[in-house]
Design a binder for this molecule. Structure first.
Ligand SMILES: Cc1cc2nc3c(=O)[nH]c(=O)nc-3n(C[C@H](O)[C@H](O)[C@H](O)COP(=O)(O)OP(=O)(O)OC[C@H]3O[C@@H](n4cnc5c(N)ncnc54)[C@H](O)[C@@H]3O)c2cc1C
Length: 391
């Protein structure tokens, strides 16, 4: 599948239309009320866009990273929270599609997901493990073909609006904290008790308070293999590339607003280049560099999947460093770009009720460096760089 296929062209056109007609007009209200972007998710379901990562053999289009990143970045230009919800959902679907195909249950589940356009959420965070996704305190308990799983999560985006949640936990009650598995818990089989609020600076539409989860289900809902592999081969690369693409989308919309402001100034004074045009030229270089960073790594990821050594490449230190660098760079760049756009629009961008408003963009992008703390990621890179030689 390439980005030029007619099928992808039709899907991208459908997404652009719903971004303009549904997501953008609702973005300010989603942000102000800190509410789930229900109408946008309904529109994505109607356009069958929630099954974009599902392989063709299960009825989906089987899009690769480049296509998924194009979809997330386009939606984020209209509404950052909606772009983040779509990205987080795709990450969960990809974990199932790439690590659970050996299971008859999950092959059937992927077909069901295509038919019903399920929304999937994620619970990796946990009280007591801080932001470290690769350790768990909670454990899945198995008995007579069933499981029981309880978790005290610090943050759970749109869990109250999801059809299923992928939950990290220890493999068994006697397993070490890093011996984790991913478990799919399904609506109707879990209870959520909200433990904290979600009144945040930005990404307010992701609706991500803390929750206590109590769940049961069939043992076959435990994804085969270990989370160590699905994390390195799928969750981390999908997260960092798709997040970078959507943070870029938010920054791109901020620069588009600044560009419109500059062009408006130029129209008022024909023949004179407004002084703000120089700032626009400067910020557009940073926006382009940010875009090329995630585009290049999305293409590299897709090429790994075609190569016989692909899975090994995804487990290499070199690739892990590239993912960390992408995450840190994109999450630092996005608010800087929005800040520069704000210097161009001036007071009209600072106001919340002008067509050049940039408050939501600014606040949304400030979450990027915290969402898996950049310091935590940098300290892992620091350790890897002690042994890694790039040649
Ligand atoms: C918009 C948004 C949506 C989210 N959605 C979900 C979700 O759906 N599901 C989910 O499970 N989680 C979700 N999260 C939580 C996220 O995955 C992280 O768990 C969380 O952001 C980390 O929280 P923390 O800052 O308290 O933790 P920490 O990573 O522990 O950071 C706390 C502090 O310690 C510092 N620190 C940590 N490690 C180091 C180090 N090695 N060196 C120096 N300083 C360090 C950090 O800089 C920071 O100041 C979401 C977060 C955001 C922002």
């Amino acid at each position: 599948m390439t980005s030029n296929s007619p099928e992808f062209g039709a899907h991208l056109a459908a997404l652009k239309a719903l971004a303009a007609q549904v997501a953008a007009p609702n973005a300010a209200d989603v942000d102000a009320k800190s509410r789930f972007p229900r109408e946008t998710i309904d529109a994505l379901q109607k356009a069958k866009l929630l099954s974009a990562p599902v392989p063709k053999e299960f009825g989906g289009p089987g899009y690769g990273m480049r296509e998924l990143a194009a979809l997330c970045s386009t939606l984020a230009q209209a509404c950052g929270s909606s772009g983040m919800v779509l990205a987080m959902h795709y990450i969960q679907v990809a974990c199932i599609a790439r690590h659970a195909q050996s299971s008859e249950f999950f092959r059937g589940y992927l077909r069901e997901l295509v038919e019903h356009q399920y929304v999937l959420a994620s619970m990796t965070s946990e009280n007591g493990t801080f932001g470290e996704t690769r350790t768990s305190i909670c454990a899945v308990e198995r008995k007579d073909g069933r499981f029981k799983l309880d978790k005290d999560a610090t943050t759970g985006s749109y869990c109250q609006h999801a059809d299923g949640i992928l939950v990290t936990c220890r493999r068994a009650s006697d397993a070490p904290s890093s011996d984790q598995v991913l478990v799919l818990v399904r609506k109707g089989e879990y209870q959520l008790t909200q433990t904290t609020s979600w009144d945040t600076l930005g990404m307010r539409g992701t609706c991500s308070p803390g929750f206590k989860l109590e769940s049961t289900g069939a043992e076959e809902q435990i994804i085969p293999g270990s989370f160590a592999d699905s994390s390195a081969q799928t969750m981390v690369p999908y997260s960092h590339i798709l997040w970078a693409s959507l943070w870029w989308g938010i920054a791109a919309d901020a620069v588009a607003r600044a560009a419109e402001f500059v062009r408006g100034g130029a129209r008022k004074n024909p023949g004179v280049v407004p002084p703000t045009a120089n700032r626009l030229a400067e910020v557009s270089t940073q926006l382009q560099a940010m875009r090329h960073n995630w585009l290049a790594l999305a293409a590299e990821f897709d090429s790994f999947l075609l190569a016989p050594t692909g899975l090994q490449d995804l487990l290499s230190i070199g690739w892990a460093l590239k993912m960390n660098n992408l995450k840190i760079n994109a999450s630092d760049s996005a608010p800087q770009i929005v800040h520069k756009a704000l210097q161009i629009t001036g007071i009209l961008g600072y106001k919340n009720d002008s067509k050049f408003s940039l408050g939501r963009h600014y606040r949304d992008t400030l979450s990027a460096s915290l969402m898996i703390s950049n310091d935590r990621i940098a300290s892992k890179s620091a350790s890897m760089l002690l042994v890694f030689k790039d040649n």
